[in-house]
Design a protein around this ligand. Structure first.
Ligand SMILES: [Zn+2]
Length: 346
């Protein structure tokens, strides 16, 4: 007989006891845009994080097109500045630069924040600046978003047609410098040829903070089976994205999200999959309709999963994993353990 909704709650609580790790959240863009409304981290985000038992969150620096190229560096630094200012207002968060700091933050029941970078536009073509961002706490870097930059090109939201070229000389320098400094290289968004280049060039585990599998959504922004295996061979982890689970809105469901998890596990086993929710419906809703249409044309229209659109919904995922027959040990690895193994390197 299946467990009732009530009887699952204690089990979910136990599975969430160590805190969920989500390595991609576009938080800093919102803190920056709301820089005249201090306290938004506590008033808006903290309640959702707490309801979802979040333990570690990768918070991304991302610079919108309208600021580039001139203001890229300035906006990125300002995004970090806003994070520090917001975190200072509460004892519920810690910006962490090492695994020991993450462990300490969790022991003190704080939510550990790891600063990440989605696209190296803020560096321009100046490798020295990577060191500056490292000192400020950046510990994970994805070379590109969907657009081309000085490091390389992103995969497009179509089955073929991404730029054919791989990393530039600067992009290769960024990968080497990340490894030298101790920054995790993130392969989310990079085009197929750039993906190959990074795998060939890097020596440490490479990860994908947030992506989906092409089996269920066949676009070059997502990853195919060969790429999934390449990450596994390098000891990496793939975070499953909640906004590109299907090209069809009606198939954009929690079950389809878990299908992505199962597909990765089927190819590389339970140790290679984690969470990279990429919850951005809240950002999307704040855009004027014209900008939303422009984004849909340039990229794609994301189909948000109704019961998995923000961190407070994390329990829905865990409940569904239990219902789909995942063992407690496997759920723990998906929600927490696999990413923590990667973060141990910090
Ligand atoms: Zn992204």
């Amino acid at each position: 007989m299946s467990e009732t909704r009530e009887s699952l709650d204690p089990r979910i609580g136990r599975l969430h006891a160590h805190g969920i790790v989500d390595l991609h959240f576009d938080l800093l863009i919102d803190l920056y845009e709301k820089r005249n409304q201090p306290g938004v981290l506590i008033s808006h985000f903290l309640p959702e994080f707490e309801a979802g038992d979040m333990g570690v969150i990768g918070v991304a620096i991302y610079v919108e097109d309208r600021y580039l190229p001139e203001l890229g560096l300035r906006v990125a630094l300002d995004q970090i500045a806003r994070l520090y200012a917001e975190v200072e207002q509460t004892d519920r968060f810690a910006i962490c630069k090492t695994f020991a700091e993450i462990t300490r933050a969790r022991a003190a029941n704080k939510i550990a924040l790891l600063i990440t970078m989605e696209g190296v536009e803020p560096l321009g073509e100046d490798l020295n600046l990577l060191r500056v961002f490292y000192e400020l706490g950046v510990r994970m870097v994805g070379l590109t978003h969907a657009r081309r930059n000085a490091a390389g090109s992103g995969g497009i939201f179509a089955p073929t047609g991404s730029p054919r070229d791989g990393l530039t000389a600067f992009g290769r320098d960024v990968v080497r410098e990340c490894e030298r400094l101790g920054i995790i290289v993130d392969l989310a968004h990079i085009n197929p040829r750039g993906f190959e280049d990074i795998v060939a060039l890097s020596t440490k585990p490479v990860i994908i903070s947030h992506t989906n599998v092409r089996k269920f959504y066949d676009i070059e922004r997502n990853i195919n089976d060969e790429q999934i295996k390449a990450i596994s061979q390098r000891g990496g982890v793939i975070g499953i994205n909640a906004i590109l689970v299907s090209p069809n809105p009606e198939e954009s469901t929690l079950d389809r999200y878990i299908d992505h998890i199962e597909h990765v596990i089927g190819l590389i086993g339970i140790n290679g999959v984690g969470i990279g929710f990429d919850f951005c419906e809240y950002l999307f809703e704040q855009l004027p309709p014209g900008v939303r249409e422009e984004l849909a044309t340039k990229l794609t229209t994301p189909h948000f999963i109704p019961d998995l659109t923000n961190h407070s919904h994390a329990r829905n995922l865990t409940r569904k994993l239990i219902e789909r027959g995942f063992s407690d040990g496997d759920i723990e690895k998906i929600l927490h353990g696999n990413w923590m193994r990667i973060l141990e390197e910090l």
